[in-house]
Structures are given as structure tokens and as C-alpha cells.
Unconditional design. Sequence first.
Length: 553
Amino acid sequence: MAEVVNMPRLSDTMEEGVVAKWLKQEGDQVEEGEILAEIETDKATMEFESFHDGVLLYQGIKEGDGAPVDSLLAIIGEKGEDIQALIDGNADKNSDDNEEVAEVESNNNEVAEMPDDVEVVTMPRLSDTMEEGTVAKWLKKEGDDVEEGEILAEIETDKATMEFESFFSGKLIHIGIQEGESAPVDDVLAIIGPEGTDKDQVLKALKSGQSSSSDNEKNKTENQSSEESEKTAADQEEVMNATKDTSDNKGRIFASPLAKSLAKDKGYDLSKIKGSGENGRIVKRDVENYQPQEEPTQAEAPKESSPAQEAPKKEEKPVEIYQPVGEEAFHENKNSQMRKTIAKRLLESKNNAPHYYLTIEADMSHAMESRKKINELPDTKVSFNDMVIKASAMALRKHPQVNSSWNGDTTKIAEHIHIGVAVAVEEGLLVPTLEFADQQSLRQINNNVKSLAKKAQTKKLQPEEMEGSTFTISNLGMFGIEEFTSIINQPNSCILSVGSIIEKPVVENGEIVVGHRMKLTLACDHRTVDGATGAKFLATLKTYLENPVTMLA
């Protein structure tokens, strides 16, 4: 009998997984214990083995695709076995939700009494400030077939001319706004329906729906009628005055919103620009192609002057207007499960934990000398990060309140010291845990951190190797960063940000000398760690780093 294999929950925080790679293909023989696929979780990419014997009859999730935990991953059974019922049964789980989504999508642009299979497309709002749009160009004409995703028209807004794609498939039955014409947002732009749709019947239904809407607004319209009449009269007077005042008697200037905006930005007089749109309407391209002519103003008119008043004038060159060239472009990278989970956890931490920050500067001169001597020993290598980890672990032993976590009604103080070490990987940041760090020597810390970092970078870390930290350290000193703050890695109460060692002049015993200083910033959760507690911890940490011999005792 065929067995259904669902997307497994491979970590306690996993909500969905991505199939990074299938190790078996449909039709392959699968033995119990064989690796079926590599699954990318929110923490690592892990091998997932089969718990059944048989033939891989169906792959429910393709390589690179993600799906929630418990989604149909695969079906294993006997060759030739009918599994359609199992596939359909899985699909039926979400059928109700899918029907609701489909109903919402199909009704987005419907008008009252419009046939179910006909879609009304309205003038879209293509920018946050857009109030009306102009159809710059139709890419489809009435009677054309339209596929979902095809470009329907080019819409000119107050900011740009943008391509507008269809969200429906069918025949373009009706164009509501012609090229060069403008209309407010949500006005009828087009109607799309199936082959053979009666256009007249659709328009009648549309008109009926609009009439119904207008009846609901009747009182509002009546209340505004007086004001509108006054405005109309004022507009007519303005047109008459404009006609009277212009020598060519052309009257009002017709221009698209974007053309008006561009002309204003460039300082162009719209009355001097010839429009190429319908009925002479000025559109974007007319403003862009316009070359202003320099004309003498009244102030620049020649005046009679005596020879004594005349003096040679330096010819002024016209200021060149910078016209930027180039093309703006973007590309999108699909967020991995790891990246999405990191974003979710950081947002939760920043929103839930009241962060505050404390910074202290440590003299690293003695640490540099000690590290040099330690590394001269055979088979021994120690980094400054190893020294920070060791010093932090010892300081946590003296200040256990920092080694804590908020637990609602209680504060949980860990009696063990597990330090999370932030490691940068291609998809983001992983935090493997160095267990019982206070009990390890500098050499052991170095070896274990290197091992964990290598596993992180090759995606070989296991979930249990990233759990249980009680304090976290993030070091960007190797990148030349002098000082920074980090977001707390919950449920920890604190995270230490380590900067680079900077050579700079300092005052010692009243004299200016060359010093080597490193800044340490502690981000604290104010619910569990007060300012004085965090300050005392940093003071102890500074003492250990400035006197490395105390860490060897």
C-alpha cells in the first residue's frame, strides 16, 4: 500500500521547508534508511531519509520550492499503484481556502449585476499620489485576445508612464478610456470577458450598476450643487479671461498631469509647447522634447546711453542644464528559509525586548603581547576573539544576572555558561553554541570555534548545535568596524558587540603615547539586566582583557 511522506519538522522552530535537492527521482527504487532529499530548514540544510521501502511514485514539492510542515512531500508505493486518490485527498485539505481566495479575486473589479464571467478593469492607482491617469497607449484593441500577465496599456501617472498588465484572460470587449484621454482612479478602463459576450448587454449592466451607485450619492450631490455651480462659473470666467488675454486666442492649455509636473520642474511655459496628443493635448514626450528658445525680456531691451556710459561687457555663457542619463534597474533574490527566519526572529527580539546599550573601551596592549607569546608555542593558535570569549565566560561567572533570560513571571538565570558565537554565512547569520565556555582553555576555545564556524559555512550544523546559548558574542573587528550595536539573540538577555583594535594616541601618566584600544558594546534586555548590572559586567570583562594573565589562573 502506498505511503504518504509529508514535509518533516526538522527543528523546533521550523514552520516550512525548501527542497534543496532530490536524491531520488520519480520511478526510482527507495530503501528504508536511504536519503530521499536534502531539506533546507530555517537553520540548516539537512538530509532526510526514507522510512519506507518501495518506488518513489510522486514528488509533491519540486527542487527549490518551499512548503509548510506536513505538506505532501512524496508518495512511496508499489510500481504501477494508483495514487491519484492520495494526491487529490491532499489537495482537498485546502480546497475551502482556495475557493474563498478565488471568490475574492474574481470579485475585485465586479460591478453590481455584472455577469460572473465578465471582468471590469478600472483605472489603477499606480502611485501613492496618483488621482487620475492618462492612457498613453493601448497595447491591445477591442476584440483582441488577452492573457493574464500581458501588457494591456501604458498609463501615464503624475510621476511616470508605466506598463499596466491584465489580471484576467479573455476578449477585450470594451475600451472605456481612449488614448490621450484622462480619467480619475477607479473609472472604467476596460472590460474583459469570454468569446461571444454581448457587449451591449454588458454596457447596459454596467450603466445600471453605476446608476445605482449614483442614486446612493444623490443627496451628497444635491448638497454640493450650489458649490459646483459657483466653481463652474468661475472656471468659465477663467477660460474667457485666458482667451481674451492670449494673442493667439487658443484659450485653455490642455496637458496631462505628468506633463504639467515635468514642465513645472523644468521651468517651462506650457503655452509655448506644442502638444502631440489627442486634440493637441500636451503629454510627457512633448515636454521632454521641448527646446526652450532664449528671448530678451523687457529688462534686457536696449537703452540709449552716452559713449561715456558705454563699457565693454563680458559675454555670459548660458548655464548648461544637467540632463542625467542612464537606466534605473533592480533585481530580486528569493529569500531563503534561513533569511526569512532570521528576519522574523530579529524583528520579534527588537519589538519584544526593551534594548539599551553600554559601551566601554579596553586597552589591548597586554593582550596583544600575550597573544604573540602564546602563538609562539608549537601547535597553538589563539585569536583575539578567543580571548574575548574566555573573558566573557569568566565575567559571566561573576555576574550571573547577565547570564539570564526573561520568562514571563520569572527570570531564568542559567548556572551553566553556553556562549553563542555569531558566524556570517552567505544567507545571513548563524549562531552555533560553545558549551561550558568557562571551563575551556583558550586553545580549546579556538579549536571548537573553528570547527563550529566551518560547519556553519558548509551548512553542516545540526539544530542541536545552535540551541541552548545563554549569552552571545558578535565580532566585526576583522572587518575594520570600530563600534556597533547588535540585536539580542533571544532568549538571551544580552549580546556583546566587539569592534576592531585601533591604534591611536592616548594619554597615560600625563603623556600622549600610542595606544591600542578596542570598544565593546553590550546590548541588554532591560527587563532582566539593569544598567548598573551591565556596567559592572563590562568593568570585569575589561579587567580580564587588559590583564590576560588573570584568565590563565
